[in-house]
Design a protein around this ligand. Structure first.
Ligand SMILES: [Zn+2]
Ligand SMILES: [Zn+2]
Length: 324
């Protein structure tokens, strides 16, 4: 059972309340200028375990890095990574500009930002460049599950498409994600429910009520085409952004494998997951339990687990940032 770390946001919220300035996810529109959350950030409050608050010029968002929906099903290009909780909390929370501003020239995702996240979904899951580091679209080559996600080298679950399935919980009026330049990303309709108006070359447009915003379309390039707002690129990724926490060395591609399912389980060792995949005519299972200090992993056919320490003391310690 995970014991949550002392959340920075709780401290920020407490400090804000003590100043007689309550920050809530349902603040009215236009509240952004006063250091309160913008109305669109209410999207984060719709998902358990995701918390948003304002600190200085940033919206800070905490999440445990795992979605509520099932994962991994349907992947045919698998690198043997599994979804593990991630410590996107405290000093390692997501940082979204509170007051986005337009860049002189848009920064294309085709030319850069191939590492790390370019956006954060409302359910606290990062969204990466739709291309892998060979320039292929992950969605087109079997790397993604039915929800547009998979796991990176740190066993970090992330999407490579705008997760339009979140529209079911959010409706058209709230964004399904925020780009890391601070502009919200709505679904396939305008926030007032009307049909989506034409998009500019970045994948967004201006609207008097909502300002500049992007839309997910479900079509190429699956994520907005370029950042319209100012972002800083450092080492091929948006800076700042949190780090995923690897607990073991990155996996190798398992050719010919198809992931059949990945479901939550509860055993005497704790809460975990069971992933079934087919390979070479057989169905095999991986099981794991993620505890606060360790991950127990049962490889196919094993009766006892291998333990990997969490909290940065594990073997194979990092790639500095999360990968592909
Ligand atoms: Zn729009
Ligand atoms: Zn990826």
């Amino acid at each position: 059972m995970d014991i949550p770390r002392p959340p920075l946001l709780a401290c920020l919220l407490a400090a804000a309340v003590s100043r007689g300035h309550v920050i809530a996810a349902d603040e009215p529109a236009g509240a952004g200028a006063g250091g309160k959350l913008p109305a669109a950030a209410a999207a984060f409050s719709k998902f358990p375990g995701v918390k948003a608050a304002v600190s200085g010029d940033w919206i800070l968002v905490e999440s445990g890095g795992l979605p509520e929906h099932p994962m991994m099903e349907g992947i045919t290009a698998w690198q043997q990574q599994i979804p593990l909780p991630q410590p996107y909390r405290g000093a390692n929370a997501w940082k979204i500009p509170l007051r986005p501003s337009k860049a002189e020239r848009p920064a294309s995702l085709a030319d850069g930002f191939l590492r790390g996240a370019v956006a954060l979904a409302a359910n606290g899951i990062p969204i990466f460049n739709p291309r892998n580091n060979r320039g292929e679209f992950s969605q087109d080559i079997g790397e993604l599950d039915r929800w547009g996600g998979h796991c990176g080298r740190a066993d970090d679950y992330h999407y490579h498409v705008i997760p339009l399935h979140l529209q079911e919980q959010l409706g058209p009026s709230l964004p399904v994600a925020f780009a890391l330049d601070g502009y919200p990303i709505y679904g396939t309709r305008e926030p007032d429910g009307s049909p989506m108006r034409p998009l500019d070359a970045c994948g967004g447009h201006e609207d008097p009520a909502h300002g500049y915003h992007y839309h997910g379309t479900g079509r190429h390039p699956y994520v907005f085409a370029a950042f319209r707002g100012k972002v800083t690129e450092d080492g091929g990724q948006v800076d700042p952004q949190p780090r995923a926490e690897p607990v073991r060395p990155a996996g190798e591609p398992l050719r010919g494998a198809t992931i059949l399912s990945c479901v939550r389980t509860r055993t005497e060792q704790g809460e975990g997951w069971k992933l079934d995949y087919s390979h070479a005519g057989r169905t095999l299972s991986l099981r794991w339990v993620a505890r606060e200090t360790e991950v127990l992993l049962w490889f196919p056919g094993a009766t006892s687990p291998v333990s990997f320490a969490r909290g940065g003391k594990g073997p194979g310690k990092p790639p500095r940032r999360q990968g592909r």
